[in-house]
Design a protein around this ligand. Sequence first.
Ligand SMILES: CC(C)[C@H](C(=O)O)[C@@H](O)C(=O)O
Ligand code: SF4
Length: 772
Amino acid sequence: MPGVIKGPRTLYDKVFQDHVVDEKPDGTVLLYIDRHLVHEVTSPQAFEGLRNAGRKVRRPDCTLATTDHNVPTSSRKTFKNVAQFIKEDDSRTQCMTLEENVKNFNLTYFGMGDKRQGIVHIIGPEQGFTLPGTTVVCGDSHTSTHGAFGSLAFGIGTSEVEHVLATQTLITRRSKNMRVQVDGQLAPGVSSKDIILYVIGKIGTAGGTGAVIEFCGSAIRSLSMEARMSICNMSIEGGARAGMIAPDQITFDYLKDKPLAPKVDSPEWKKAVAYWSTLKSDEGASYDIEVFIDAKDIEPTVSWGTSPQDVVPISGVVPGPDDFEDENKKKACIRALEYMGLEAGTKMEDISIDKVFIGSCTNARIEDLRTAAKIVEGKKVASNLKAAMIVPGSGLVKKMAESEGLDKVFTDAGFEWREAGCSMCLGMNPDILSPKERCASTSNRNFEGRQGAQGRTHLMSPAMAAAAALAGKLADVRKVDNLQQVTGKAPNQVELEPQVSEPESDADLEEIMDLDETSQGNTAPSAAPASSAGMPKFTQLKGIAAPMDRSNVDTDAIIPKQFLKTIKRSGLGSALFNQWRYNDDGSENPDFVLNQQPWRDAKILVVKGPNFGCGSSREHAPWALLDFGITCIIAPSFGDIFFNNTFKNGMLPLRVAEGPALDKIFDEAAAGREVEVDLPNQAIKTADGTEITNFEVEEFRKHCLINGLDDIGLTMQMEDKISKFEKRRTEETPWLDGSGYLKRNRKGPVQVQAAPVPKTNRGEEKGEPLEW
Ligand SMILES: CC(C)[C@H](C(=O)O)[C@@H](O)C(=O)O
Ligand code: SF4
């Protein structure tokens, strides 16, 4: 079979291979997905697609939904239901839409009235839904978090969410293998967050593009599961598809008694542990990229700019453009300094802050809160702070923290103690920075406007954020007097969290699950248009191309969070590049290229810098480009998830390396002349038809674009292979069938009912071959 690795294999190779349902000669793989997490932001359009096509959710037992991005983090004492509690119309609509969808499709759901609700990447591991050796996906880029268990976990766009809901598979390709090995002992005050910030500083935000990173080495092995999750969480900020860590005794101990893990000491548990123990890279396995780091070189690390690669040790100073050789980086540095309101040469410790945010899927677990509490215990936050917030990652983290008295420690020190949610990590809820406010944050992204329009974010560890709260400015946690309690975690220091047990009775279950008798089973609710919205065809495209001379354009910049609250795919064009395109008063910024003629009518975007579309998995980014009229983006490289998402919308992202060809295309664009993209002949031409360069495109993707094929319909024709795979999976890894909640009354394996192939699927309509 093509792509099968002969000889020693990496952890990634093994997990990937174990999930191949089918593989084509061109390397296109149909990959089985064991675990699907769903949240309110990236799922409405996917469920709508299912409904429109009359499709079911194939594996409700392998799907877990929660609401996290939009939820207010204010007290829920008066909470009755979402309709009454969420004040913002669009946030409420999005949460209520999820609630309707989980009822209609019969999915397990942790809503706001459920103690187990929380950030999707916190609740999966907490429940034992995330298990070693599984494939885990979610319409969210930080799905990489779950790779800490030795699972292959990655973010997907909304079209792929629909694909997984319908088929429990994804169409994908093998990624490159990358190894980041960190050896040695972490110094006091240095945590796993510092490791990952340091790594991203070294490799850059595009360093892992196209790769899955395996984190290994003695420093990684010494970390607790929660610390490992913080590292894998931010693999996406290093550009990687996923991060993975080989499971070991620390992993198995963490999973003991988690509600959805096999019962400890049962035959299933023993079988599972035996299998999980094989999940490590073989001696001599080869990697495409290797990075070696000595733990002792890592200091507490802080970001200064607007990209997660903009980091320095806390003992350092704000860099200036002269510190970079690369032209793109010089330009990015000038922009970042201006945005952040900083001057080169300023000592990091002299930067005063307005707010502190301890939360997010990177650092809102119980260990993070314990660490921060130790720093602030008996002290007060600085008087210059406008707010200091602690936002636990889940209701269970909150409960556990309260049982340990941490809430009291924080509130005594002057922090606000909040309810679980994404909160000010991205501010889709009421928690945001005001313009120019500066925040010490334990989250993972410091993009322009990330925590609020014109807000300024400095990324750091929970210990560093706690130290900053006390100082009212960025501070070195190593100088805090009770530091001895806040060190990198050696194996003997790993603390295991109290276990959460499975509800015993149906009454218990109803109490915590907010179950509702209106649940209607896994039906496709409405008699809707017969086929899912397929793709428009893409063959030749000739049109005005807009030039953009920027690198690392993230999807937050392409479309900021306030526009993600829609439950539709359409109408986003006016919000495209919102922060750059409009002034504060809402008028157009005349300097922005898409506000100028002839580029207002651009059909193509030509980007000179690398890593376009990095960051979040929001498919709203391609939807906004498409709605504006842009169907092709030419750039040296792309964020992996964005790259996938564009194809799913009939768009063509083209990689053209930095050099004379890209310069020529850029110059044509800048001169306002048309550019032609010829997909069948794989060529980019000037307006008069002169070829500028050829481009590469994967065969399968080209085929789908040219024929406008809906790949869900194509995948459903692989029913035999998917069912066969599932049968084998049930025999080999029975613990993966049925989420524990549904399993309790189950006799034998979950009955999987495959949805029929709709008669109107686009491939059939067009007489396309059934093979893909
Ligand atoms: C809303 C979601 C698409 C997004 C992501 O993919 O990361 C969000 O979680 C974020 O952190 O920006
Ligand atoms: S990165 Fe922030 S917004 Fe995204 S899932 Fe994590 S906590 Fe939520």
